[in-house]
Design a protein around this ligand. Structure first.
Ligand SMILES: O=C(O)c1ccc[n+]([C@@H]2O[C@H](COP(=O)([O-])O)[C@@H](O)[C@H]2O)c1
Ligand SMILES: Cc1cc2nc[nH]c2cc1C
Length: 337
């Protein structure tokens, strides 16, 4: 197991934020979820009037499992280059929301030496229907990379971390993990990913069932090594690191949420620090959100990954923090309350 010291939410900062919300010039509760988000952010950051200083980490990897995606694996490296060139959805969304973007090569099947990425030295995962996806050592390396990125973010004054991923085929390991965590059946939880037809989804459910029959992991780290992937393990480490360093953490769709759910299985106290950015239409995502008892901020039928849904939610979190900090109180505005 991993030696972790997680910070709990700061209840004094939350109480102060709640009291401020009660004084702002609006009927109590009238900003709805924005009020809850501001109070949560106060707890996660330990600041009763928190600022949003966000960094988006996109971890990319390829996968040995085949015949489960509508796209070929070379798309992973091509999209990584596109993110860094500023032309991917996440590049635009991060720019619009004033967040920094950091990309990680967590086992991409291409030479990425010309790209400005964080390196792990990992190779693509093995085919989880016939072998372990990762070695135990790979899992440790990936988790440590994620935790180090969170430590660096805290040092840089970041208050909000957003985790996303890119990896052709990765809805298959993510759905395996969702089945393992929730007891869900592959035929219930397998979805179309990048766009499989119903026959493709049925085949994918068979692949997931085969992987689960071959591997019977007994703990979350073993689950990452047998039925996980490099980018998933990096995001598990990133979420754990957010807990260690007192950062707020926004989960994206199916894959990023599976990674966060594994982090919670490792360290249950992490859960209150997680915000579900959105709900993806993948059935396994809804099951994971129920498992974690997280209510997504947005439901926009987004199913891209890349942290796109989480960064869309970051825009809402910014508005929550801005109203919390910038509004006048009844007394300051001279409004009868
Ligand atoms: O985040 C989601 O819920 C999500 C749902 C479907 C697809 N994706 C993205 O699509 C890729 C995985 O899909 P697939 O069909 O290749 O397993 C990967 O790059 C993910 O970022 C992401
Ligand atoms: C083009 C493309 C972009 C993506 N971004 C995240 N997953 C993706 C999958 C594909 C196929």
């Amino acid at each position: 197991m991993i030696d972790l010291a997680l910070r709990p939410l700061d209840t004094a900062a939350m109480d102060a934020a709640r009291a401020r919300q009660g004084q702002l010039v609006k009927p109590p509760g009238s900003l709805g979820r924005l009020e809850e988000l501001a109070i949560w952010l106060a707890g996660a950051t330990g600041d009763a009037r928190p600022t949003v200083n966000a960094r988006v980490v996109v971890a990319a990897a390829d996968h040995g499992v085949s015949g489960v995606s509508a796209y070929p694996r070379e798309v992973t490296a091509q999209m990584l280059a596109t993110f860094l060139a500023g032309g991917g959805a996440v590049s635009v969304l991060a720019r619009e929301t004033g967040a920094e973007l950091v990309c990680v090569d967590a086992g991409v099947d291409a030479d990425t030496s010309a790209l400005d990425v964080v390196r792990t030295g990992l190779s693509p995962s093995g085919d989880l229907t016939t072998q372990d996806a990762l070695t135990e050592r790979d899992v440790t390396t990936a988790i440590d990379t994620g935790r180090d990125l969170a430590a660096q973010a805290a040092q840089d004054g970041i208050t909000v971390l957003v985790g996303g991923e890119m990896g052709i085929g990765n809805t298959t390991p993510a759905t395996c993990l969702a089945c393992w965590l929730t007891g869900g059946a592959p035929e219930e939880l397998a979805g179309p990913g990048t766009g499989l037809d119903p026959e493709g989804v049925k085949h994918k459910a068979d692949v997931i069932a085969r992987a689960l029959a071959l591997h019977r992991p007994s703990d979350p780290l073993e689950a990452l090594s047998t039925i996980g992937g490099g980018e998933i393990a990096v995001l598990t480490g990133l979420a754990l690191g957010a807990g260690e360093h007192g950062l707020a953490y926004i989960c994206d769709g199916l894959i990023a949420t599976a990674a966060a759910a594994i982090a919670v299985a490792i360290a249950p106290d992490l859960r209150p620090r997680l915000l579900a950015g959105h709900r993806s239409p993948e059935p396994a995502h809804t099951r994971l959100l129920e498992h974690l008892q997280l209510e997504p901020v947005l439901e926009l039928q987004m199913r891209l990954g890349e942290a796109s849904g989480a960064v869309a939610a970051l825009a809402i979190l910014r508005l929550a923090a801005a109203t919390h900090d910038g509004m006048l109180t009844f007394a300051e505005a001279g409004v009868s309350g």
